[in-house]
Design a protein around this ligand. Structure first.
Ligand code: NAD
Length: 472
């Protein structure tokens, strides 16, 4: 009832199993007209998304402030600019990507030619998460459009202002006969997941990822699961400490106050280097966020009370007591937690098992830096793994022996912005990838086409099968 009332007020669509089915069938109708296949249609929609983020920038800032108190500069860099950059990559490369790719043929099929044709999949579903609610919604939608699909976006209800803004703005800017937004939480997403889609791209936690995959399996729908995990940062003692520490802080607290899928979760360093590293982290945190970081305007708040309670529980675990070496302050009313460092918490504590996804950073010490590899490889494969070192041999060993969705040497998070790199997880951190050409490929079917003429019709193929023919 409440959802219906809110939707009526906002004039957005309420979804249950029945109208989810008619929504998909309506979009299938649009897709079957072939309009979404043309280069012009695709590029018009993408240009209109650029217009949307440019013209409605202040509304977007406001929604992000309301959902996360996200600092404007962060919103600009990581939501607006990155969405625009994704659109621009598509506009620049799309014509070339849409062209069939010639493929070599073999003597067996002589004379013939072959090509790989990228065709749109049909009607796809994008389910996005709350932490980068603009980018994580629009970026997959841009990929789906670039590949010529009709698409339904289900933004996260955990970022309600942004979800509502996208539901209002997208139909004003793009072709709503092929691109739709459905708002809602579990019930609405469940109704959507009952339908047959041609692909589902889901961003969020692995528990729901399993629900999405099980629902998709009923229709043999392929999925991309953009999940998370505990991202390690190995810090060698030979680094430029000042630069390393600034970059770790930028990737942790400077990314939505640690509520980012590729934010560092734990540092591993040597016992002998840890004191220097901790001192540098403490002083740089103070330089960036002041003596009372709960008052800093440059830190997002925790998204809501239930995530605040989840993080508070990690800190209140008995096993963690006495392990906080910096921070720990919280303000329950304003759902804020200060940047917090915890040193050598026991391996069986909750915080060592669960993805933190917030402003707490663990520091684990080892005897030798190489010991860190054993720790990382004994855990689920992370979405991102980071190494700070000046040692090329260590760098090579890290790249060769650690499995992660992506990795970055001597910095954090920036690999996400490189559109020539695929973005996605492995193992528990997800499957499939997107960004740039990888988005186009993710939402396309690679159709194998072999062309022959009527010449070269070797009789050896046809019965009657004789021993002589077998030897040809
Ligand atoms: P969330 O709560 O916004 O949930 C994600 C989506 O799942 C939402 O649209 C929500 O409506 C839907 N959902 C929730 N419960 C559902 C259910 N029972 N059935 C069907 N749909 C359901 O986001 P979250 O899960 O809190 O996101 C945080 C997690 O996402 C972290 O693990 C983080 O690492 C990961 N993440 C990954 C990426 C990436 O690109 N790999 C990006 C952001 C976040």
């Amino acid at each position: 009832q409440q959802v219906v009332k809110e939707a009526e007020e906002k004039k957005t669509m309420v979804v249950d199993s029945k109208n989810a089915a008619s929504l998909v069938s309506e979009l299938r109708g649009t897709f079957s007209t072939g309009k979404t296949r043309s280069y012009e249609w695709r590029t018009t929609q993408i240009k209109n998304i650029i217009k949307l983020v440019e013209e409605r920038e202040s509304d977007i800032f406001e929604a992000l402030r309301s959902d996360l108190s996200k600092p404007e500069l962060e919103s600009f860099v990581s939501e607006i600019s990155m969405t625009k950059a994704s659109c621009k990559t598509m506009l620049k490369e799309l014509k070339h990507w849409m062209k069939p790719e010639p493929a070599k043929t073999k003597l067996t099929t002589f004379p013939s030619s072959a090509e790989i044709v990228s065709e749109p999949l049909g009607v796809v579903l994008v389910i996005s998460a709350w932490n980068y609610p603009v980018l994580l919604s629009l970026d997959p939608v841009i990929g789906a459009i670039a590949a010529g699909n009709a698409v339904v976006l289900k933004p996260s209800e955990v970022a309600p202002a942004t979800s509502s803004l996208l539901a209002k703005l997208l139909p004003e800017y793009v072709d709503k006969s092929a691109i739709r937004v459905v708002e809602g939480a579990v019930a609405e997403t469940t109704a959507l997941l009952e339908q047959r889609w041609d692909k589902i791209l889901y961003t969020g936690n692995g528990k729901v990822g399993r629900i999405v995959m099980a629902a998709a399996a009923k229709h043999l729908t392929p999925v991309v699961l953009e999940l998370g995990g505990k991202n390690p940062v190995v810090v060698d003692s030979n680094v430029n400490l000042k630069v390393a520490v600034r970059r770790i802080i930028a990737g942790k607290w400077g990314c939505n106050n640690g509520q980012a899928c590729i934010s560092p979760d734990y540092i591993i360093t040597t016992k002998s280097f840890a004191p220097q590293l901790i001192d540098a982290l403490k002083s740089t945190l103070e330089e960036f966020y002041g003596k009372d970081p709960l008052q800093s305007k440059d830190l997002s708040r925790i998204v809501n009370s239930s995530h605040f309670q989840r993080l508070a529980q990690l800190l209140d675990d008995d096993k963690v007591s006495g392990k906080i070496v910096h921070g720990g302050q919280r303000d329950e009313k304003r759902i804020k937690i200060a940047p917090t460092l915890l040193l050598d918490v026991p391996h069986n504590s909750l915080i060592m098992k669960e993805e933190i996804f917030g402003p707490l950073l663990l520091i684990i010490t080892v005897d030798k830096v190489e010991d860190s590899f054993v720790i990382i490889n004994s855990r689920s494969k992370p979405l991102a793994a980071y190494l700070f070192t000046n040692d090329k041999a260590l760098e090579k060993k890290f790249v060769d022996s650690i499995s992660a969705g992506g990795m970055l040497i001597n910095d954090t998070c920036l690999h996400l912005a490189v559109h020539t790199l695929p973005f996605g997880g492995v193992g528990e951190s997800g499957m499939g990838s997107y960004h740039g050409k990888f988005s186009f490929d993710t939402f396309s079917h690679k159709k194998a086409v072999l062309y022959r003429s009527f010449g070269g019709d070797a009789s050896a193929r046809y019965p009657p099968y004789t021993l002589k023919k077998q030897r040809v």
